[in-house]
Design a protein around this ligand. Structure first.
Ligand SMILES: [Zn+2]
Length: 82
């Protein structure tokens, strides 16, 4: 266990996650929204447009993109879970 800085709120917490337990629920929800959007519409490389469509901040979208390692292919990332 080590101290991590939450990617969402900036608080320090003890976990191996990217976000603190307080933000985890919302983060998981937004990640699902992101995934659903991408599955329906394909990946949108215009993060501002993507942010407007999903209501997720560009900062978090960037992080989600790193989680899933999207390279324009959805099928490759379908087995990846949070
Ligand atoms: Zn947090």
């Amino acid at each position: 266990m080590e101290f991590n800085k939450c990617s969402r709120c900036g608080n320090f917490f003890v976990s191996n996650d990217e976000v603190c337990p307080k933000c985890k629920t919302k983060d998981t929800l937004e990640y699902e929204t992101f995934k659903n959007y991408v599955e329906k519409n394909g990946i949108n490389t215009d993060l501002n447009a993507l942010s407007n469509e999903t209501g997720i901040s560009t900062k978090n979208l960037n992080r989600f993109l790193n989680y899933t390692d999207y390279n324009g292919s959805i099928s490759e990332s379908q087995n990846i879970k949070l």
